[in-house]
Design a protein around this ligand. Structure first.
Ligand code: ABT
Ligand code: MG
Length: 155
């Protein structure tokens, strides 16, 4: 309704090196903006192996882990934080399945990818993961607190 609600759920979204090299950054940000999500963090960096390994700590020891770290550190990524209602779950729905070939049409991975090792984008898989990942990739003073004028038309 017309009362501005305070929806503070946040997700960590990252355009992976393949997405940056292919020029998909603008399109990915646009999809989240147009859905109604608020961009509160944004930076471009080439991740260190230490940062990549911490990000994917849940996969440490699995056979694909070294290649995964190689891939994530192979170029620039764009680290993003989006905020808004149900952004963690809805972000995962917008992103699609881990394997782009199994991802439904209209999802980011299906629209741009065909390989599980080049799946363009990361999104936090739970609110707890989001908090861990945001703290890993951003300092508190790198996140912006503001109320967009359009909020009353989204909520
Ligand atoms: P992320 O958003 O990158 O975490 O992907 P998602 O949560 O959809 O899938 P998970 B299971 O977390 O995969 C992490 C990365 O590992 C790659 N992967 C995964 C493989 O290469 N082989 C595998 O068998 C599995 C399970 C895919 C994911 N990203 N990349 N690049
Ligand atoms: Mg994951």
């Amino acid at each position: 309704g017309f009362a501005a609600s305070a929806v503070t759920e946040r997700s960590f979204i990252m355009v992976k090196p393949d997405g940056v090299h292919r020029g998909l950054v603008g399109d990915i940000i646009k999809r989240f903006e147009q859905r109604g999500y608020k961009l509160v963090g944004c930076k471009v960096l080439v991740p260190s192996r230490e940062l990549a390994a911490k990000h994917y700590a849940e996969h440490d020891g699995k056979p694909f882990f070294p290649k995964l770290v190689d891939f994530l550190t192979s170029g620039a990524v764009v680290a993003l934080v989006f905020e808004g209602k149900d952004v963690v779950k809805t972000g995962r729905t917008m992103i699609g399945a881990t394997n782009p070939l199994a991802s439904p049409p209209g999802t980011i991975r299906a629209d741009y990818g065909i390989d599980v090792g080049r799946n363009i984008i990361h999104g936090s898989d739970s609110v707890d993961s989001a908090m861990r990942e945001i703290a890993l990739w951003f300092r508190a003073d790198e996140l912006a607190n503001y109320t967009p004028v359009a909020t009353a038309w989204i909520y």
